[in-house]
Write a protein that binds this ligand. Structure first.
Ligand code: GAP
Length: 444
């Protein structure tokens, strides 16, 4: 993880928030390569969950919601972690994450000092709206994007004539006052989620739950993620969230071990039932194709962390290998083997020399490719070093412009993973890259 954190900073994927002030715990900033990678991951998810499904539509709901939302959802009452403090070293722990013998003996696992009693700590960030800081103006930063979907479910049925089963997808920020934020961007106080809520008829929920588990697994396979680094974990009765009848996590083998990447939850009619109760509005679905049968739909939720997916994609892509590209056996390279659909830069254009018109020719080629691909241009330093820089950024294709290019209009296309190089007429470059992306198979 240290290597990944350091690469992420060095190459502009992720920086510590407010670093010049000593950093802000639980918050991170996404640099030029990071924001591109994050947008690509979000784009791949959005395509998968909306464009490829005729019955799933999108939504972008506000972060600030009516405070009654969070009473109805159960978050005010239940969204808590058990917290203990060490009276001596002042360390703070989640009581469920320290050895039970320490908890029973009230002994700090770090310094052996005395621990406080366990108390419940609500993870929602509370703030005030309006000028007066009284309780009437309390408002929360949303701890999950899901509730914005539930409170809009009737609007969407009416505006888009949706029929059950159907889904609503959303990507957006969520906030949790996490007690322990470590392992880089794995668990943070400000993060992004990619959630899809699928509304189904009660009684068909288990079938759809199985179907969505299958689809979410296939999604990671399609993105070329190492499938032996993924596994399922079913929640036991003591792990289930207050709204869930059944839940499975997709876990990824991060450098610190197996950890949750995404959850698939059967939320039953809990949320819409509670919003009916708290808002006084009728949130039943009326099945016009079935004698106007009325019911509160069950909800199957797929909930993935976008920023956590970014960490997974970085870990999964990271590789170091000994290469002999320039006949030097001791040469090592760090390479990010991103799927080309996710890579922040798809193609880098590199003139062999700055002089003799090669730079101008390379700029012309970049101008043409820009319309179709995210490009980079680098004319500084030896060509081998420039390839290494692109490998580290995860750029799947490099185009090198040399003296032969001036004579016969061909360029060198270099592949990141195999380091193989082929000569391609520049007029065919764009189509060749498109076909390479379409047929991409991870080799390592
Ligand atoms: N709407 C259901 C829900 O929010 P969750 O299991 O609490 O369920 C879903 O969160 C996903 O959101 C997790 O699998 C994880 O990827 C991401 N996530 C949750 N808390 C996070 C945090 N503090 N930092 C980063 N990602 C987080």
């Amino acid at each position: 993880m240290e290597k990944i954190t350091s690469l992420a900073k060095r190459r502009g994927f992720v920086y510590q928030s407010s670093e010049i002030y000593g950093g802000q715990n639980g918050a991170w900033d996404y640099g030029p390569l990071g924001v591109e990678l994050k947008n690509r991951i979000a784009g791949a998810w959005w395509k998968e969950m909306t464009r490829l499904h005729d019955n799933i539509v999108g939504l972008d709901a506000a972060i600030l919601m009516h405070p009654r939302t969070w009473e109805a959802s159960g978050h005010v009452e239940n969204f808590t972690d058990p917290l203990v403090d060490c009276k001596k070293c002042k360390s703070r722990f989640r009581a469920d994450q320290i050895p039970q013998e320490n908890l029973a003996a009230k002994k700090c696992p770090d310094c052996g000092g005395e621990l406080t009693d366990t108390r419940k700590f609500n993870l929602m960030f509370k703030t005030h709206i309006g000028p007066a800081e009284d309780t009437a103006s309390i408002i929360y930063l949303r701890p999950e994007t899901a509730q914005g979907i539930y409170v809009n479910y009737k609007n969407i049925i009416q505006s888009n004539r949706m029929k059950i089963p159907f889904g609503i997808a959303q990507i957006g920020k969520a906030f949790r006052n996490e007690i322990v934020t470590k392992n880089f961007i794995f668990r943070t106080c400000e993060f992004e989620q990619m959630e899809m809520q699928y509304f189904v008829k009660p009684g068909t929920d288990e079938e759809w739950f199985t179907e969505w588990r299958k689809q979410r697994w296939a999604y990671y396979e399609k993105l070329g993620i190492k499938m032996d680094h993924l596994r399922w974990h079913q929640h036991g009765p003591d792990e289930l969230a207050h709204y869930a009848k059944d839940a499975y996590d997709i876990e990824y083998l991060f450098p610190m071990g197996w950890r949750e990447l995404e959850g698939v939850h059967n939320r039953t009619d809990y949320d819409l039932g509670r919003h009916t109760q708290f808002s006084g509005k009728d949130l039943q679905y009326i099945d016009q194709d079935n004698n106007n049968e009325r019911y509160i739909p069950y909800i199957i939720e797929t909930s993935a962390g976008l920023t956590r997916n970014l960490l997974m994609v970085l870990c999964d892509a990271y590789d170091e290998e000994q290469v002999a590209e320039k006949g030097n056996d001791d040469d090592w390279r760090t390479v990010l083997r991103f799927h080309p659909d996710l890579a922040p830069v798809t193609v880098a254009i590199l003139p062999l020399m700055k002089k003799d018109g090669l730079a101008e020719l390379a700029q012309d080629i970049r101008k043409e490719l820009k319309e179709d691909y995210a490009t980079d241009y680098d004319q500084a330093g030896a060509i081998g070093r420039r390839y290494r820089r692109q490998d580290e950024a995860g750029t799947p294709f490099c185009v090198t412009v040399d003296y032969q290019s001036k004579e016969d209009g061909t360029v060198t296309l270099r592949f990141r993973d195999s380091m193989e190089q082929v000569r391609v007429p520049k007029a065919e470059l764009s189509a060749r890259i498109r076909s390479e992306i379409k047929t991409y198979k991870r080799i390592k």
